[in-house]
Design a protein around this ligand. Structure first.
Ligand code: SF4
Ligand code: SF4
Ligand code: SF4
Length: 571
């Protein structure tokens, strides 16, 4: 252990700890821009410069290790002057369109500039030089707002995609894709991890708010919303509520106040996905089909497989994602039941995910979801409509798609799909199987493995989140080192609770709060309190199968709820 003092406060930390980590233990905040816990640590932005005994000049706290007896000062005139200068240099080439910027009042550059009294025009201002890249259905890049912190590049590399990187040298350096192709032409899978890593407004989601507002004002359209499991666990953050607050009731009430619409629960089609996926797994096990079977509910992961490992496509479950199952269910079963012309039904999916914007435009999906908006976009719509979110009384989802099982709700966290599928598959294979909790597959550990004995069969499973970990699992399977029957993969580390469409929280929160864990807790608590834990025991499943599909994996279920994939030669 190493003893040192930070701003005269004694602190003892393990050898190898950086000054930044030690400062956090001593409750001293040092400003950062390029550093992001678990994602990026390169010491390039120079915001975290501090004075430390034994060092020559100022040192970058995020990469400089502590030493025995070291005295660190983080708030001297020299530190403040250096940080102010750094900020003014960044501002000299930053497009200052703060008033209309999506990150206004939630921008790390803006906050630090105010704190350090940085002048935006101290070094003059450059004219915009980079064209806006809005070619991608998920992400919009405005390089004139970029401060070259490279957090997005680190996030994308961590996703084992590497669609973006630094281009050019010196003052001309900027972020782009290889060959300067538009993001749409790159290997981007649309996960949005770069957006939530960005400290400024240089990366934003491609907004579909205008289309939703137009539909709400169109008397010829019947508008229905459905909200994904994890949105209720994060939407409150956009209104200042603590991380991990479940705001399901307020969310439903707020959406109803946006206009004439119905609000359904996407956990219902998470249950439907499980019914189909569990039946597909049991069928593959019993008939010697392709194993391991991979989950297919994450479009970022599906696109990664199509681009990077097309030979593994037969392993993907043919089930559509819960979003696309809901779109298909609404435009068939629901429209038929209610005498609605599907052309007049406008379906809005509210999701934690940027990749689902791309998914609903895939030709195989037939345009059954008209528009997908992220948690951030929903929050913006609620604010624009002047709705006092925190004062709303709880309301319930509309029938017939209100009631779900706990298994449907935990879809939003890594391991949730696996656990929900195991509950149903185990019951199907062994009618007496009573276990509903599978704690081995819970939590944000990058790769989880477990083996279960069901009806005399051994079922080997793996769960991975983050495409870096998915790649490790795939390589293990291909090399014969890993053997599984069923594998759940979510592109975003921690699953959808940490999706690219979730509220942007500043690094001061992201570096100190375990977002994945806190948000997931809200979903597991809801599951625990739900009287229905198995998807197969939901009354809504009885209705849709009884009235429409017959049984899981029936011919009609295949026509409406399943899809196919194709190799994408982009990579
Ligand atoms: S959306 Fe995901 S894959 Fe695309 S550039 Fe961003 S981090 Fe990379
Ligand atoms: S786009 Fe954002 S995250 Fe990427 S380098 Fe620029 S400022 Fe940093
Ligand atoms: S993990 Fe969830 S939020 Fe992330 S890309 Fe997949 S479906 Fe979207």
């Amino acid at each position: 252990m190493i003893n040192l003092k930070i701003n005269h406060i004694p602190v003892t930390v393990p050898e190898g700890t950086t000054i930044l980590e030690a400062a956090r233990i001593a409750n001293v905040e040092i400003p950062t821009l390029c550093y992001l816990k678990d994602v990026a640590c390169v010491g390039s932005c120079r915001m975290c410069l501090v004075e430390a005994t034994g060092a020559r000049g100022l040192v970058a706290a995020c990469v400089y290790p502590v030493a025995e007896g070291m005295e660190v000062l983080t708030n001297t005139a020299k530190c403040r002057k250096s940080r102010k200068l750094t900020l003014e240099l960044m501002l000299s080439k930053h497009k200052k369109k703060c008033l209309s910027c999506e990150r206004n009042n939630n921008c790390e550059l803006q906050r630090l500039s105010v704190e350090y009294g940085a002048e935006e025009d101290h070094f003059g201002s450059d004219e915009p030089i980079h064209p806006l890249d809005d070619s991608n259905p998920c992400v919009v890049r405005d390089n004139d707002k970029c401060i070259n912190c490279m957090r997005c590049v680190a996030a994308c590399r961590k996703q084992h995609v590497g669609a973006i990187g630094p281009i050019d040298r010196g003052f001309l350096v900027h972020v782009g894709s290889a060959g300067e192709v538009a993001l749409k032409e790159s290997s981007c899978v649309g996960c949005g991890q770069c957006i939530v890593a960005c400290p400024v407004g240089a990366l934003t989601v491609k907004s579909n708010i205008g289309e939703v507002q137009a539909a709400l004002e169109n008397p010829e359209k019947k508008v229905v919303f459905f909200t994904a499991p994890s949105v209720r666990a994060t939407l409150g953050e956009a209104f200042g509520l603590p991380v991990g607050t479940n705001v399901e009731g307020k969310m439903v009430a707020a959406i109803r106040r946006l206009g004439n619409c119905e609000v359904f629960n996407m956990d219902v089609t998470a249950d439907l996905t499980i019914m189909e996926e569990a039946a597909e797994l049991v069928n593959r096990i019993q008939t010697g089909g392709v194993l391991p079977m991979f989950t297919s509910c994450c479009p970022g992961w599906v696109r990664f497989i199509e681009q990077t490992h097309p030979d593994m496509i037969p392993h993907l479950s043919t089930c559509k994602s819960p979003q696309e199952m809901f779109g298909a269910l609404l435009k068939t079963y629901y429209c038929e039941k209610n005498g609605i012309d599907p052309k007049n039904l406008f379906v809005v999916s509210v999701i934690p995910c940027t990749a689902k914007k791309y998914e609903c435009k895939r030709p195989e999906m037939g345009g059954e979801v008209d528009v997908a908006i992220t948690t951030r976009e929903l929050a913006r719509m609620i604010k624009t409509a002047g709705i006092k979110f925190c004062d709303l009384a709880d309301e319930e989802f509309d029938n017939p798609f209100a009631t779900c099982s706990g298994g449907g709700t935990i879809f939003g966290a890594t391991g949730g799909v696996m656990e929900a599928a195991l509950r149903v598959a185990a019951k199907t294979l062994d009618g007496k199987f009573e276990v509903v909790d599978f704690p081995e597959v819970r939590g944000a550990t990058p790769i989880k493995e477990a083996t279960y004995k069901v009806a005399g069969k051994t079922i080997r499973v793996a769960v991975a989140s983050g495409l870096e970990n998915a790649e490790e699992v795939i390589r293990g399977i291909q090399s014969g080192e890993r053997h599984y029957d069923f594998v759940e993969i979510m592109a975003c580390p921690g699953g959808c609770v940490n999706g690219g469409g979730q509220p942007s929280l500043p690094d001061s929160v992201r570096n100190n709060v375990n977002l994945k864990e806190e948000r997931a807790k809200a979903l597991y608590t809801s599951d625990k309190h739900n009287k229905i834990r198995l998807s197969s025991e939901s009354p809504v499943m009885d209705a849709v199968y009884g009235e429409y599909f017959g049984s899981p994996n029936s011919h009609r279920a295949h026509q409406v709820l399943h899809t196919h994939y194709k190799a994408d030669p982009r990579v």
